[in-house]
Design a protein. Structure first.
Length: 467
């Protein structure tokens, strides 16, 4: 016992150390099983998540390729983008069109004659009727609300004035001016102001072009005018839809031009969106390469380090990889022309599984047969269409990746519970060992005391004999 260090009450036994070692020895086999199982489970869950993410990203890249319609997008070029812009649907036919800008749309704006006493000047009572085009509302002006400022407020607050006209007051050296601004542009939306009843003072606010002259016209009510291929088009806004089928033209500013007739001629070009198609195809190739790299990492094995990927030898992963390669590389049946496989348009598979795009060959294919390349990707059996079908199935809620992940998550939770149960059981084991060793410690302490007593008595007896 002399070699044992103390934590025991009197025996010198290291009770805590002995208990810890015994509990650790008893716990180790099951703890090792749980740890291995949890590590494997978590690693596989992470691997499946990475695989699913890469598959999802690749599937997203197919959205802009998996139908022929998405290849029908049109690229529109305005020769003078500072003056007009344009966009086109796939209904637009490729071609070039002369564009001449007559004028932009303008909303009618009037400024009244001056009221020398300013916004507080009393104008009069009665009823003002304000019209813009076919829309009309009325304002009653009584004795308590007949100043210019109050009339302005009454116009703006009128219940029936729903974005018809806005009234403001502008102060100048000659007095206050009531400014009326129509909220809709176009030649049909001219402002008319009439008055009736009251004391007649509101007549100073009447306006009807050619009949009354109480206002100065700041802006005329004008339609936007554009000439497309020589034909005149009008709009109450600066936007023209279907002046050319499928094309929307938006005017940005007037262009007086420098030609003899005072109107400059610009060019609107509608073409197939070749650059957009190339960008989408390259995005598709990059996304597939990322997926191929992810799959290769998951099934990898390094003989030097003997380190294996988390899904090495996994049958599900092999099945996914095999199907995607088959959908990717096999020719598309039923197509006429020269472009029936990705390789025919310059997209080839490399040794590492990634895709390489030969830009020159792809450009040439699109220039030679744009619709044929569209069919290669987006027809019923096209490359993008069939790949998207496979990925949609593999990523479905009830597909193997998701059901397997769900099962692994449930297993992880179960292992966490097993770990908690093991900790509880080991706590009970430690408690039992502590009780046993404390009892032993107490017994050894008593025996030590008795041994000391007997030794003392024997020594005393020996001393008595010597006398």
């Amino acid at each position: 016992m002399a070699g044992l260090t103390s934590q025991g009450i009197g025996s010198g036994l290291d009770v805590a150390g002995l208990v810890a070692k015994l509990v650790a020895a008893e716990k180790a086999p099951r703890q090792s099983q749980i740890t291995r199982a949890q590590t494997s489970t978590v690693t596989t869950i992470s691997a499946l998540a990475n695989l699913k993410g890469a598959m999802g990203a690749f599937n997203d890249s197919l959205a802009s390729l998996k139908t022929v319609d998405v290849f029908s997008a049109r690229a529109v070029t305005a020769s003078a983008p500072e003056f007009f812009t344009a966009s086109a649907t796939n209904a637009a036919v490729a071609g070039s069109y002369d564009i001449q800008i007559g004028n932009l749309a303008s909303a009618h704006q009037l400024a009244s004659d001056p009221f020398a006493s300013g916004a507080s000047q009393v104008v009069g009572t009665g009823t003002l009727s304000v019209s813009v085009g076919t829309k009309t509302f009325s304002v009653a002006v009584d004795d308590n609300h007949q100043t210019l400022a109050q009339i302005r407020d009454a116009i703006n607050q009128a219940t029936d004035n729903k974005d018809i006209v806005r009234a403001t007051i502008v102060n100048a050296s000659d007095g206050a001016h009531l400014v009326l601004s129509a909220q809709a542009a176009g030649s049909a939306n001219r402002i008319v102001v009439a008055q009736s009843g009251g004391n007649g003072g509101l007549s100073s606010l009447e306006y009807n072009a050619g009949l009354t002259t109480n206002y100065t016209q700041n802006h005329d009510a004008l339609d936007a005018v554009v000439y497309v291929a020589g034909f005149e088009h009008h709009s109450t806004t600066n936007t023209f839809e279907n002046a050319v089928d499928g094309v929307t033209i938006t005017l940005l500013k007037d262009d007086a031009g420098t030609e003899d007739d005072g109107v400059a001629t610009h060019t609107l070009t509608v073409a197939k969106d070749t650059s957009g198609a190339i960008a989408r195809i390259k995005k598709f190739a990059d996304a597939y390469s990322d997926l191929a790299q992810q799959i290769a990492s998951l099934r990898s094995y390094d003989p030097e380090t003997k380190k294996a990927g988390p899904l090495l030898g996994d049958a599900m992963l092999r099945g996914i990889e095999s199907e995607l390669r088959n959908k990717l590389t096999s020719a598309v049946s039923g197509l006429a022309g020269d472009y029936q496989s990705l390789a025919s348009v310059g997209i080839t598979t490399q040794k590492d599984g990634s895709l390489k795009v030969d830009s020159a060959k792809l450009d040439k294919a699109l220039a030679a047969d744009f619709d044929g390349v569209a069919q290669l990707f987006g027809s019923t059996n096209g490359v993008a269409t069939r790949l998207a079908g496979s990925l949609d199935a593999a990523l479905a809620t009830d597909a193997q990746i998701n059901t397997r992940t769900k099962t692994l998550n449930a297993k992880s939770v179960s292992l966490q519970k097993e770990q908690a149960a093991l900790e509880t059981r080991m706590a009970e084991v430690a408690k039992r060992y502590n009780a046993q060793f404390n009892a032993l410690d107490s017994l050894l302490s008593n025996l030590s005391s008795q041994s000391s007593f007997l030794t003392q008595q024997l020594t005393n007896i020996s001393k008595i004999g010597d006398k």
